[in-house]
Design a protein around this ligand. Sequence first.
Ligand SMILES: [Fe+2]
Length: 238
Amino acid sequence: MSIIQKILFPKLLTVIPKRTYYIKDRNESNGEIYSSKIPNDCDGQIQKWPSEKRLQFNFHPETETAFNQQIGTEFKAFYNYLSMAAFFGRADVAMPGCQSFFTQMYMEEFEHALQFLSYVNMRGGSVNLFGIPPPNVQNWNCPLYAFKEALKLEIAVTNKLVTANETAERHKDLSASDFIVTGYLENQMKSVNEFEKFITVLSGIGDKTLSRFMFDKDLLDNYVLSKFNVLQNKNKDN
Ligand SMILES: [Fe+2]
C-alpha cells in the first residue's frame, strides 16, 4: 500500500487481517483433511536475534560467575607463563629448557581457559571475559625466582578451583562440580607438588653457571613434550 493510499484509506489498515499461514494434513484414523495454524516460530516473521532464550538447566548465576572468574584466572596464569617463556628465550638468557617448559605451561593454561569457556556455553550460560593484568615483573631473574612465582600461580589457580567447586556444590550442580573435581583438581595437586620439587632442587644446586645449565637440560630432556621443545622445533617455522 502506497503512502497516498494510507492517507486516503487510513481505516483500511485496521481491517486488513494479518496474513496467517496454515498447513494441511490428513487425519490417519479417518482420512479427513484438516488444517492447523503454523506455530509462531515458522510464520516467516523476523525473529528477535539473539533470541536470549537459553536453556539453563540448574546452572545457577553464581556458578556461572565462578566459572567466568576461573576463565580469568587461567588467562592470568597463561599471561605469566607466556612472559616467563619469552624471558628464558631471550638471547642474553638462553635457557631453552625453561623456555620450552613455560611454553608448555602457557599452552596448558590457555587450553584450560578454553575448556571453561566451552563448558559455560554448553550449560547455556554467557561468557564474560575480564581484563588480563600484566605480570608483576617481566624480568624473571633466575629459574629459582621464576619457579617460586609459578608455584604461587598454581596455588592461586587451585584455590580458585576449590572456590568454584564450593559454589557448584552449594547449588547442587553435580555436573559443574564433576567438571572441576575430575578434570582439574588432581592435576593441580600434581602441579603444585612438581613445582615444590623443582624449587627444592634449585635451592640445593644454587645458581652457578654449570648447575643452571644442568637443570635446564634436565628440564628439557625429562619434563617437556617434544612438540614444545624449542630446540627440536626451531627449524619448523622457517
Ligand atoms: Fe590451569
